[in-house]
Design a protein around this ligand. Structure first.
Ligand code: WQD
Length: 330
């Protein structure tokens, strides 16, 4: 089996490529290196001890994609490439709509033209909007609060319509909850550009002394300790979810949540990090962050039932591996 992975040197893409190679699946990676490093390809090779092909290409480049697919005859495409910063998407909506939608359209177009029958898309729990957890795949999607989330919902729609019109074009939409952690080798992980927006990279940078203290955004939510609750999932579990989706023979459009089904509060996560790594994380409580919801966690039963996939790694594994990577990087 030969698979094209767009954004394959990014955070989730790189972990997925490792899992694909470990299953002896042939991989061609494209990445424009906007938010990824070329050295990640060497680290993927080191971990998997198997080769893969890397081509620097932008997924908005239709002609490049077309030539690549005609050369390789892929069995499937896993599409990770995309901008992903919520705040930036509010400031630069057109950049987000142009890049995230055009890359999805071009890859789907080439896939249908070249008879590539499997397409897996990196979606997000953000499509559920401010709904009530646990989120199930059949719930009606509510309004998104930012252009980034909107590009995920729109891409889902574009791919679903393309699949309905092309019976051989089978689409799996994977809705990620909060991916954290890193490969246990410490060789690949998340390297945010500038000041991290997400909780875990902020925590690891405070632990390393890069940032002075963590701001906890609100402690007056209706949750166990007042801080926001999320479904954190180890990125290696998430990566394995893609392999399960790829090997499934389900046809048409299939949607799966990739989460653990368990919620963890900000303070619970900080405490787990401090305990597991024997470190102190100074923090202060500040106002809520606009656009945040109180509670987000998955109903993860569908992926278990239909893909025989479930997240196995614990919060302790996540905080340990995140810190192991942060210590190694830079
Ligand atoms: C988690 C919790 C914060 C930072 C976002 C996007 C989503 C997806 C993943 C990806 C919340 C709190 C955070 C900090 C804090 N996008 N927090 N201090 O908001 O669930 O999801 O990232 O590519 O689309 O919306 O994740 O990690 O930012 O926040 O207290 O410095 O941590 O309020 O409760 P979120 P997060």
């Amino acid at each position: 089996m030969k698979i094209l992975v767009s954004g394959g040197l990014g955070y989730i893409g790189s972990h997925t490529v490792v899992e694909l190679l470990e299953k002896d699946i042939e991989v061609v990676i494209i990445d424009n290196l906007y938010n990824a490093q070329k050295e990640t390809h060497d680290n993927i090779t080191k971990i998997a001890n198997k080769p893969s092909t890397f081509i620097q290409m932008d997924a908005t480049d239709y002609d490049g994609l077309k030539a690549l697919c005609q050369l390789h005859h892929f069995d499937g495409i896993i599409h990770f490439a995309g901008y992903k910063a919520v705040g930036e998407s509010v400031a630069k909506p057109l950049m987000y709509y142009y890049n995230n939608l055009l890359s999805t359209i071009n890859l789907a177009r080439v896939a249908t033209e070249e008879n590539i029958q499997k397409f897996i898309f990196s979606s997000s729990a953000t499509v559920y909007g401010d709904g009530t957890s646990p989120f199930s795949e059949d719930m009606a999607l509510l309004e998104r609060t930012n252009p980034y989330g909107e590009t995920k919902a729109m891409s889902e729609r574009i791919l679903s319509d393309a699949s309905k019109a092309n019976p051989n074009f089978n689409v799996t939409l994977l809705r990620y909850f909060n991916p954290v952690g890193a490969h246990m080798s410490g060789l690949i992980g998340e390297v945010p550009n500038g000041i991290p927006n997400n909780l875990m990279p902020y925590v690891t940078q405070v632990a390393k002394g890069i940032r002075e203290k963590l701001s906890v955004f609100g402690n007056d939510y209706p949750t166990i300790d007042g801080t926001g609750v999320r479904d954190y999932i180890h990125v290696v579990d998430l990566a394995k979810g893609h392999v399960a989706a790829l090997l499934s023979d389900k046809k048409g459009v299939n949607i799966y949540n990739l989460g653990t089904g368990k919620g963890t509060s900000v303070l619970e996560l900080i405490n787990a990090f401090m305990k597991e790594n024997n470190l102190n994380i100074p923090y202060q409580i500040v106002d809520r962050r606009p656009g945040d919801i109180a509670i987000s966690y998955a109903n993860a039963e569908k992926a278990l039932k239909e893909l025989q996939w479930e997240a196995k790694l614990t919060i302790e594994d996540m905080v340990r591996d995140a810190w192991h990577f942060e210590k190694n990087v830079r």
